[in-house]
Design a protein around this ligand. Structure first.
Ligand code: DOR
Ligand code: ZN
Length: 426
């Protein structure tokens, strides 16, 4: 398939159920009636066509840990998952905390990416939590940074957090916080604090270690009149705080990961380090709370927290292995399974949560747009009925820490098109 000659996708249904042909030509959606005779065609009868998915939270590991992931391999995994845009987290080596570092990642994305790569800048220099990073210079750089995060670490200092919020307000940036009170849940905490942590002998991570930071941050966002985004919400208490803050008119948005929607604490009972993640997998009442919050919009978006790790960092006792799991390739599958197939959410709402809203939060133009003539040709074709047992070895990622391996799940992604070009075909 080529870009020039264009591609006519016929018979697909859109998220709202309407059927329409899509004509991808020169990177945009053109009027299907203008497609020349003999144009290449793709029969999409029985499939859904959705806007390309947008991930707000992806660890691409380049520069520094190219053994675990690269911009090329991570974005190839993204394309397989139906994504046409990812946000590359700043906890690389070196950290993305300067304009030069941000431009380096943006440039890699432009040259090697299988989807759009937006750069997340660090909030503090070296993620050390002591001095603000070059927030303004990163915004003004060619990378055009709008999302800032010390993810992996929490910005613990309230004054620094206030200053960061105030600073980024000037250019409509957002601080994406990894909410973890490190006094309540220190570096060794690795299991939801509950009967499970006690029984398994694993250091507990109480749900309040998350929600106390969320409660502080929404009040700081109110004080600064700025936008705060809560990364990987995992607890019922955080949901309640966000609900309160939204009712008050505070500019807060939030994301939930696929794994916090589907996987629960008892999975860690086998000490399988694929299930070690930060924040940890929670118990069923928390899973229910985040599912309900995603359905009603209290949680605005799904974000993967795709966190590839090399086997030498995972093949350790549970308490010392690095936290993190793959997410890009099965994200849509998990959301379809947990939210759509259960009747909790319809397809238009899924598009809001996985494409339109994350693009808006990241201030990404040209992503998360409706599939209409004149819009960028970022499209994912979905088979809503297909299922498969996840084969973890079939991943495009360089890492194999896939928590879904061996699970029977929906297998929705048939093809992904970014700027009119196929980036994945099943
Ligand atoms: O499990 C996690 N892994 N949580 C984070 O916050 C960081 C991430 C990583 O970078 O591996
Ligand atoms: Zn995080």
């Amino acid at each position: 398939m080529t870009n020039r000659g264009g591609l006519l996708i016929t018979g697909a249904a859109l998220a709202d159920g309407a059927r329409g042909d899509l004509y991808l030509a020169d990177g945009v959606l053109a009027d299907p009636a203008s497609a020349p005779a003999g144009v290449e065609r793709l029969d999409a009868d029985g499939l859904l066509a959705l806007p390309g998915l947008v991930d707000l939270h992806t660890h691409l590991r380049q520069p520094g840990r190219e053994d675990a992931e690269t911009v090329s391999s991570g974005t190839a995994a993204a394309a397989r998952g139906g994504f046409t845009c990812v946000h590359a987290m700043a906890n690389t080596d070196p950290v993305t905390d300067t304009a030069e570092a941000a431009e380096y990642v943006a440039d890699l994305g432009e040259r090697e990416g299988h989807c759009e790569v937006r750069v997340v800048g660090a909030v503090t220099k070296g993620l050390e939590g002591e001095e603000l990073a070059e927030l303004g210079l990163m915004a003004d750089s060619a990378a055009g940074v709008r999302v800032y995060s010390d993810d992996g670490r929490c910005v613990g200092d309230s004054l620094l957090m206030r200053r960061a919020l105030t600073y980024v307000k000037a250019f409509d940036g957002v601080i994406a916080q990894h909410s973890q009170d490190t006094r309540l849940a220190g570096p060794s905490a690795c299991c939801h604090e509950s009967e499970w942590s006690g029984r398994l002998g694993l250091p507990g991570w109480p749900s309040q270690a998350e929600s106390v930071i969320v409660a502080r941050d929404v009040q700081l966002a109110e004080l600064a009149g700025a936008r705060v985004h809560v990364c990987h919400v995992s607890t019922a208490e955080s949901v309640e705080v966000i609900r309160w803050a939204k009712r008050r008119g505070i500019q807060v948005t939030a994301e939930v990961t696929p794994h916090h929607l589907l996987l629960d604490t008892p999975l860690v009972a086998g000490y399988d380090t694929r299930f070690k993640v930060n924040p940890p997998l929670r118990t069923s009442e928390h899973l229910e709370a985040v599912r309900e919050a995603l359905a009603d919009g209290t949680i605005d978006a799904v974000a993967t927290d795709h966190a590839p790790h090399a086997s030498q960092d995972k093949d350790h006792p549970f308490d010392v292995a690095l936290p993190g799991m793959l997410g890009l390739e099965q994200a849509l599958a998990v959301v379809v399974e947990v939210m759509v197939n259960t009747g909790r959410m319809d397809w238009p709402t899924l598009v809001e949560r996985m494409s339109a809203t994350p693009a808006r939060i990241g201030r990404v133009s040209g992503q998360g747009r409706p599939l209409a003539v004149g819009e960028p040709a970022n499209v994912v074709l979905v088979d809503p009925a297909a299922r498969a047992v996840v084969d973890a070895s079939a991943s495009a990622s360089r890492s194999r820490n896939n928590p879904y391996g061996g699970r029977d799940l929906p297998d929705p992604v048939v093809a992904t098109f970014w700027r009119g070009r196929p980036t994945y075909r099943r």
